[in-house]
Design a protein around this ligand. Structure first.
Ligand code: ADP
Ligand code: MG
Length: 609
């Protein structure tokens, strides 16, 4: 028998490794953005074409690479981030395996331009599936620009495995959101097929969350902050009314790295028990900071899973921190802060203490975290008195304003007045605002925003139980730009639920088969074009999922404008519908819909006039 084992050539080994690290365009995006962050960039621009299948480019203003480093960076296991296995347990950078660039270069055509601050000229390198084609000096700003073209062009099996553009784009956007969320101090921009999708200014975490997840969160974020010397948790949880049926907006970061952990998600969800329906998920963005020694991030090639030294304690820590935050802001009463059963069951707690174990336990970092007075998990069952007072105060104020309504009165939720306070006189001001008088003052309502809120909730409730489509007698065709056509195609399912029946009809053309009943005949095309324009406009401002985007756009577009005269009956109708909404106070994009003026307020107004 001849010997049959041989060493794999590097380019094949790299291709195999690429299968683990680079599964789709989104994974390349993740690795490239992480490299830019590790390089200390303060401004990062991601450029995508054809959902990353044609081009992915990242420009950063980080520290750049010397000519030798530039060449070496594409070798497997080439990294500037660790020297020894011990370093692995003190990792503060996003990357460390030295595999990403080698993997990418094995399955794509790559162009790199890079320059350090102390070099006058930069380096240009071009590589096709691991073969260096060009390396030469070039003019380029300090920092790095990496271009990946035709991902998987040499691995047809993988290329064919890629999903539709919409799906691959979703993955890219997800990665972009996860990374930019964790680094609000870095400016991020993302451009897709020449249109900017995000342009995120440097700022605070709260601003970043709102810019990424939507303005409607502006008044809904509750800060979480439990610093201890050994582990800390910071970030925001959203108030219970922002909970949704999907897990979309749940973000956990450990040492700034996005991770997926059903276990930790459960720890948060559990803290919301009794505040949200069973089948809904709270929204949160939470950062756990912990000594890198205490976690193993190297259990998964893409580093999205993580092992804690003792995850039961982490669970309890997260759970208590969220409960604490919710109670501090009077969203939930601070009743039940005892250590989680999981912790009580730990050996360290149940075993009889010898002098030695007692000393050991005391010096253990987790014990110390928990023994820190004043922290959430240390609040006793009797409850924190201060919180009780606050809670009581809120209830008291509420009661004062609304004449102590009993349970059965048709009290408007959380508004501080009851429906039968109104005398039902309506007056329109400047053809834009509605004045509604009450026994104790008046409400000033913005008619445009009020109607937006009403329509928004109506559309939201109707998705999933389709709005009836009015079939067009004469189906019309509409031709669009390639980008608009792609957009419309990706929206057809949602549009149908909103009453627009549209079918692709070759080369960027569509047939309009049906429209919602409220669109006037003859306006089918115009209504669709306007909708797309507004959708794109909205999309560039805040990025939401497309269904949310569509509903907002429609609500915005079809709502009664300022400048429209309303009859008393119309005002009353609007008023009634507004206060049947779940969230009458705010427009879909988070603007206040009305102002309350009490009789004393009015009196003050006159005094100070
Ligand atoms: P890792 O990030 O795990 O070290 P990569 O393959 O992603 O491995 O990158 C290899 C090396 O190339 C990095 O350690 C870094 O020194 C260098 N590098 C990669 N991207 C950049 C960049 N955008 N700016 C500066 N250096 C970079
Ligand atoms: Mg890397």
């Amino acid at each position: 028998m001849p010997d049959i084992i041989q060493l794999l050539p590097d380019h094949i080994a790299n291709q195999i490794a690429a299968g683990e690290v680079i599964q789709r365009p989104g994974s390349a995006v993740k690795e490239m953005l992480e490299n830019a962050i590790d390089a200390g960039a303060t401004q990062i621009h991601l450029i995508i074409r054809d959902a990353g299948k044609e081009l992915i480019q990242v420009n950063d203003n980080g520290k750049g690479m010397s000519p030798t480093d530039a060449r070496l960076s594409f070798e497997r296991h080439a990294t500037s981030k660790i020297n020894s296995i011990d370093d692995l347990f003190a990792i503060r950078t996003m990357g460390f395996r030295g595999e990403a660039l080698a993997s990418i270069a094995a399955v794509a055509q790559v162009e790199l331009k890079t320059r350090t601050a102390k070099d006058e000229v930069g380096t240009y390198i071009q590589i096709d599936h691991s073969v260096v084609r060009v390396q030469e000096p070039c003019q380029t700003p300090v920092g790095t620009s990496l271009i990946i073209k035709n991902l998987f062009f040499n691995v047809p099996a993988r290329r064919n495995f890629l999903k539709s553009n919409t799906t691959e784009m979703r993955h890219i956007v997800d990665e972009f959101i996860r990374i930019s969320m964790a680094f609000p101090e870095i400016g991020f921009r993302m451009t897709n097929n020449n249109a900017d999708i995000y342009n995120l200014e440097k700022g605070k975490l709260k601003q970043r969350i709102i810019a990424l997840l939507g303005n409607n969160l502006t008044t809904k974020l509750v800060p979480v902050e439990e610093p201890t010397e050994f582990i800390s948790i910071t970030g925001f949880v959203a108030s219970p009314d922002m909970a949704s049926k999907s897990r979309g907006n749940q973000f956990f970061f450990v040492n700034n790295r996005f991770i997926k952990s059903a276990y930790l998600n459960h720890a948060v969800t559990q803290a919301y028990r009794d505040l949200i329906p069973k089948d809904e998920f709270p929204m949160f963005v939470l950062f756990i900071d912990i000594d890198p020694k205490r976690v193993d991030i190297n259990v998964h090639p893409t580093k999205q899973e993580i092992k804690f030294e003792d995850d039961r304690i982490i669970y309890s820590f997260v759970n208590s921190a969220v409960k604490h935050a919710l109670s501090k802001y009077s969203i939930a009463p601070s009743l039940d802060f005892t250590l989680d059963a999981g912790i009580n069951a730990l050996d360290a707690v149940t075993q009889p203490f010898t002098q030695q174990t007692r000393e050991e336990t005391k010096s253990d970092y987790l014990y110390q975290s928990f023994a820190d007075k004043g922290k959430a998990h240390f609040l006793e069952k009797s409850g924190d008195l201060r919180n009780w007072k606050e809670l009581y105060k809120v209830q008291q104020e509420f009661a004062d304003q609304s004449n102590v309504p009993d349970e059965t009165s048709n009290q408007l939720p959380e508004l501080g007045f009851a429906a039968d306070d109104f005398q039902q006189d309506f007056l329109q001001l400047a053809q834009s605002y509605i004045v509604a008088t009450t026994k104790k003052g008046m409400l000033l309502i913005d008619q445009h925003l009020a109607h937006q809120r009403i329509l928004y909730e109506r559309y939201e409730n109707s998705l999933g139980q389709n709005i009836p489509v009015l079939k067009c007698l004469m189906p019309q065709t509409i031709s669009l730009s390639p980008a608009d056509a792609m957009l419309l195609e990706s929206l057809t399912a949602e549009m149908l639920q909103l009453g627009y029946e549209i079918e692709p009809f070759g080369q960027h053309t569509f047939i309009i088969q049906g429209i919602p009943a409220d669109v006037k005949a003859g306006h089918e095309k115009a209504s669709l074009e306007k909708l797309l324009e507004a959708y794109k406009h909205e999309a560039s401002e805040v990025k939401l999922d497309k269904r949310e985007q569509l509903i907002r756009t429609l609500a915005q577009q079809k709502s009664i404008p300022h400048g429209k005269k309303l009859s008393t009956a119309e005002m009353e109708e609007l008023f009634q519908q507004l206060f049947q909404c779940e969230q009458p106070q705010l427009s879909p994009s988070g603007k206040k819909v009305f102002a309350k003026l009490s009789t004393p307020d009015l009196e003050n107004l006159i005094r100070n006039a």
